[in-house]
Write a protein that binds this ligand. Sequence first.
Ligand SMILES: NC(=O)c1ccc[n+]([C@@H]2O[C@H](COP(=O)([O-])OP(=O)(O)OC[C@H]3O[C@@H](n4cnc5c(N)ncnc54)[C@H](OP(=O)(O)O)[C@@H]3O)[C@@H](O)[C@H]2O)c1
Length: 276
Amino acid sequence: MNSVLKLPSPTWFVGCGNMGGAMLEGWRGAGVDVTGGVAIRPSGRDVEGVRTVKSPVDAGPPPKLAILGFKPQDLDEVAPGLARRLSAKTVIISLLAGVEAATLRGRFPGAGMIVRAVPNLPVSIRRGVVALYSEDASEEGKDQLSPLFAVLGFALWVPSEDRLAAIGSIAGAGPAYVARFIDALAKAGADRGLDETNARTIALETVLGTSWMAAATNESMADVARRVASPKGTTEAGLAVLDSDGVLDGLIGVAIEAAARRGTEMAAEARGEKVD
Ligand SMILES: NC(=O)c1ccc[n+]([C@@H]2O[C@H](COP(=O)([O-])OP(=O)(O)OC[C@H]3O[C@@H](n4cnc5c(N)ncnc54)[C@H](OP(=O)(O)O)[C@@H]3O)[C@@H](O)[C@H]2O)c1
């Protein structure tokens, strides 16, 4: 239980769906005092641990911290009304994938420091990755925010938006890719006669156990693979397929490239540029 950490009061979660909710869940799980939190979501659906309202107009005094957790596509709709409710002391944490700091400053000219955060969903169980970037945060400002993110998993400040995008493409999107891999492993198990529930559990535990073991031993992935695959054995035969012509690396590379292209488009859209 971490009784010293507290969300600034008030902290607005402007949009509190999958990601805003995951961060809040992580903070609650870490024992962070979230009583100063206000979730703002048009549906008005309750969010555990905080007051929920439908619009910034109903949220009360200007926030000390505003966490932007709506979709980048909703920026045009949300920004004007929200900007009017912020003060020069409001720190903005934007989760909006691909929306650059300069674009955010243009939308919220009167706010205090602006930080872009790229989290991933496992922040909900405090095993997330959170990359942070700011053009105007002082070292002191960063030091004040860092502990809040450190309790959510592996948090790091990066020196450029390119670096932020790179981490987003691996860690932000990564849980979706890992989920697909686990599914593929489970399907292969079911195809070989396992019942589907067992196949899913076995695939999940295999990925979890491998990650956990590698994290605990700090072993390289090449060494992990080597320890499983005996020469001329069954695993080696399987690895030969994945490694042949770099098929797996190539596939992941193409997928990440496609996501990066979409990120560039979304950044352009948020700047108000027309994208074909
Ligand atoms: N999901 C991820 O893994 C992930 C990873 C990295 C970054 N992000 C970023 O996190 C942000 C949120 O993504 P998400 O996956 O959490 O989306 P989501 O589950 O769809 O949540 C979006 C939230 O925005 C709210 N919303 C919609 N219109 C709004 C408005 N006009 N004013 C205020 N709130 C509004 C929704 O309200 P209701 O709840 O009432 O529908 C909902 O709470 C995105 O910008 C995304 O780029 C997500």
